[in-house]
Write a protein that binds this ligand. Structure first.
Ligand code: DHB
Ligand code: FE
Length: 284
């Protein structure tokens, strides 16, 4: 039986790619952000995942406003980098795992999550940059299954629905006969708003409460509707829905391996967490 060995949740911002390309990791502006990642890398070296279920939102690359799946999943042999161009010049494609993708699709659809299945998918900054932060040498040691959540165009899936999608992903992984070790990564958030009257909006109190809930009370945010989340976290802060999917894939009892929070990176409150099931629940 495959097992979920933990979850990583992190913000994504295109400017991170430019900072990597220019080697600005120790620049005073960037250092508090990049310093969050060495513990993530040490944890990854320790848990040695085979597969990454990579939950993010598409920013108009695969899906535009004319066709917007609420949830989509990749089933491709690989996923080319299509970071919007002001990032890292050459990022190798992420290797896929079509057999496990199709197993997840079969299982999720049977579980009444009707995802759009994509046999071709390009990945933007929301997927590629968190991968480059986890593995700066960009020699990907995991096979990737991308999951895309509509956080862009109303109506969005509810936080409760996203949490339940994570639970269904966990059931699907556990039903796979292989012995893969799987990490779920949710990218986006935390509070930010890129446009409109509240452009630049950040809500530190909400972000810290949300991060605390990820550890201690994972259903806390499921009480909020989309309008509540926009009010509390901003129009792009709703990307925290991707964190809810990742959190739903873990059991209630988790150990917080690591957390970091830094304001701002570009217009975004940058949050980072690593959570793992209580040790007794993970096969050695
Ligand atoms: C920024 C944040 C995002 O989530 C995004 O997708 C694009 C830009 C920003 O803060 O610049
Ligand atoms: Fe985004």
């Amino acid at each position: 039986m495959a097992s979920i060995v933990g979850a990583i949740t992190t913000s994504h911002v295109p400017a991170i790619g430019r900072a990597i390309e220019k080697g600005l990791q120790d620049d005073p502006y960037w250092k508090p952000f990049f310093d969050g990642f060495p513990p993530v890398r040490r944890w990854l070296a320790d848990v040695r995942p085979d597969v990454m279920v990579l939950v993010s939102n598409d920013h108009g690359l695969n899906f535009f406003l004319d066709k917007m799946p609420t949830f989509a999943i990749g089933a491709a042999p690989d996923y080319p980098n299509a970071d919007e161009g002001w990032g890292i010049a050459r990022l190798p494609p992420l290797p896929g795992d079509p057999a496990l993708s199709w197993h997840l699709i079969e299982s999720l659809v049977a579980d009444e999550f009707d995802l759009t299945t994509c046999q071709e998918m390009f990945l933007d900054h929301a997927s590629m940059l968190p991968m480059a932060l986890c593995w700066p040498d960009m020699r990907w040691p995991v096979r990737v299954i991308p999951v895309s959540v509509n956080t862009v165009q109303a109506p969005l899936p509810s936080a409760a629905r996203c949490y339940r999608l994570g639970q269904a992903i966990a059931r699907a992984v556990q039903a796979w006969p292989g012995d893969e070790r799987v990490v779920v990564m949710g990218t986006g958030g935390l509070s930010h708003q890129l446009d409109g009257e509240r452009a630049g909006f950040i809500n530190k109190d909400f972000d810290l409460r949300f991060m605390d809930s990820m550890r201690t009370d994972p259903r806390w945010a499921t009480a909020f509707g989309t309008v509540d989340l926009v009010r509390l976290a901003g129009t792009q802060g709703v990307e925290l829905l991707n964190w809810m999917v990742a959190r739903g894939a873990l059991p209630d009892a988790v150990r917080q391996v690591h957390a970091n929070y830094h304001i701002p990176i570009s217009n975004t409150a940058a949050g980072l967490m690593v959570l793992e099931p209580e040790r007794s629940q993970v096969p050695a």
